[in-house]
Ligand binder design. Sequence first.
Ligand SMILES: O=C(CO)[C@@H](O)[C@H](O)COP(=O)(O)O
Length: 212
Amino acid sequence: MFKAFQLQLEAPTVKEEQTINFKNRSANHFVPNLTIGAPVIESLRKHTKAYLDCHLMVTNPLDYVDPLAKAGASGFTFHIEVAKEYWQELIRSIKSKGMRPGVALKPTTPVEEVFSLVEAEDPVELVLVMTVEPGFGGQKFMPEMMEKVRALRNKYPALDIEVDGGLGPSTIDAAASAGANCIVAGSSIFGATEPAEVINILRKSVEGAQQN
Ligand SMILES: O=C(CO)[C@@H](O)[C@H](O)COP(=O)(O)O
């Protein structure tokens, strides 16, 4: 979504009800590339009240809670792979700063690893199932990850379940019918001649699946 924030900074036309998803990555640690940090979110926050959804692809998410909260982030999703020893503290810290906590899992991480975070006294409110290896946009959707989505939806009917990676018109139905209700899409939207049409297709698929 690097393109998304560039576009929005140049032309801040984000509506209040929209969600913008940011990738916060630390170079050569959790993933090999570096993208967005708190200053960008702070800049964008001046122009919109939209929900700013931050996905922390970093090894030290605790260090980002304060800066992102001050910058105006709405959601803070960390990776379970790096926070096994301190996720309770992290969730409490995220909530105490007024952000909504979420947990993400890489393709190789079993879904069972996040159950205790959803069932905790201070629970996460969103689970992000990565449908590509974290790092780069433009990768191929991994349909086998839908087993994780289905398991989460069966167990937690009201949970926000997000999917990220390779989502577009040809893959959205698989994700939506498995139970995903939050969709992160980059290439399929920013590479389209009519981005709004693609967004509409994604939204309709999710809404349709929720009605069934
Ligand atoms: O950043 C990542 C993976 O870490 C991407 O998966 C984007 O979040 C979505 O991009 P597309 O897969 O839709 O191009």
